[in-house]
Design a protein around this ligand. Structure first.
Ligand SMILES: C[S@@+](CC[C@H](N)C(=O)[O-])C[C@H]1O[C@@H](n2cnc3c(N)ncnc32)[C@H](O)[C@@H]1O
Length: 217
C-alpha cells in the first residue's frame, strides 16, 4: 500500500525524485547558493549541525567535506529521498547521521544543535506548519545558536516572477505564497528569532533564492 503523506515531497511526485539532484544543480545555481549558506553559519570545530529537510544530502556532504570535524545530522520526511542521501554519503565515505522524521516533531533533545541550516524547505509548509516547525527549531537549537534559511523569496524582477510561478504551480499556491510575497522572515522574528540578516539573493531561472541568518531572541 502507498504511504499517505502529510508533507510535500521534493518534486511532489515519487517518480521525479531521481531527477531532483540534476534539476537543482543545473537550474538553481545550487553550488553557489549552498556555499554562501554554509559560509553564513560560521562553523567552528566540533559544532553540531542539523540540516532540516536535507533531501538528497548535498548540503550535508558539502559541509562535511569542508569541515570534517563538524558533526552533521540530516532529517527528512521522505524515505525515498533519504535512500538517495544514504547512497551518496556511503559512496563518498562521508559520516552523516540521517534520520526520517517531520519538522513539527523533531526527534532531538532540547538545545542539541549549535547551528541549524535548511534549504528550499519552508515553501513546502502551510503557515501553521511553518509556526510548528519554527518552535521545534527553537527548542533543539542552543541559546546562542545560529539558524540559516535558504529559500524562495519575493522575486527580484518580472522575469523572476514568471519563473516563480512555475514553482508555485508545482508546489501549490497556498503553501508558497508567504515566501513569494516576502513574508517568510516575519514568521521567525514573530516567534523567538532575532538579528535577522538577509545575506544574499540569487536570481535563478525559477525565481529568487534568499539566504537569511537568525539568532535566538
Ligand atoms: C525541495 S526539497 C529540498 C531538499 C534539500 N534541502 C535541498 O536543498 O536540496 C524539500 C524537502 O523537504 C522535505 N519535506 C517536506 N516537508 C517536510 C517536513 N514537514 N518535515 C521534513 N521534511 C519535509 C521533502 O521530503 C524534500 O526532501
Amino acid at each position: 500500500m502507498k504511504e499517505k503523506t502529510n508533507y510535500i515531497k521534493a518534486l511532489r511526485f515519487d517518480s521525479l525524485t531521481k531527477i531532483y539532484d540534476w534539476l537543482i544543480k543545473v537550474w538553481l545555481r545550487e553550488k553557489q547558493f549552498k556555499e554562501v549558506a554554509i559560509e553564513t553559519m560560521k562553523l567552528s570545530k566540533n559544532d553540531t549541525v542539523l540540516d532540516l529537510a536535507c533531501g538528497t544530502a548535498t548540503l550535508l556532504i558539502m559541509i562535511k567535506q569542508k569541515f570534517p570535524d563538524v558533526q552533521v545530522y540530516g532529517i527528512d520526511g521522505d524515505e525515498n529521498i533519504l535512500k538517495i542521501a544514504e547512497q551518496k554519503t556511503k559512496q563518498l565515505d562521508v559520516d552523516v547521521k540521517l534520520e526520517k522524521g517531520l519538522s513539527y516533531a523533531l526527534p532531538y533533545p532540547n538545545g542539541m544543535f549549535d547551528k541549524i541550516i535548511t534549504s528550499l524547505f519552508f515553501h513546502h509548509l502551510t503557515d501553521r506548519q511553518k509556526l510548528d516547525t519554527i518552535l521545534e527549531i527553537k527548542r533543539v537549537l542552543k541559546s546562542d545558536g545560529i539558524l540559516v534559511v535558504a529559500d524562495w523569496g519575493k522575486p527580484k524582477n518580472t522575469l523572476m516572477k514568471l519563473g516563480s510561478l512555475i514553482v508555485q504551480a508545482f508546489d501549490g499556491f497556498e503553501v508558497t505564497s508567504t515566501n513569494m510575497n516576502g513574508k517568510l522572515t516575519k514568521f521567525f522574528t514573530d516567534n523567538g528569532f532575532a538579528n535577522m540578516f538577509t545575506i544574499k539573493c540569487f536570481n535563478t531561472i525559477l525565481g529568487t533564492i534568499y539566504i537569511y541568518k537568525f539568532s535566538k531572541n
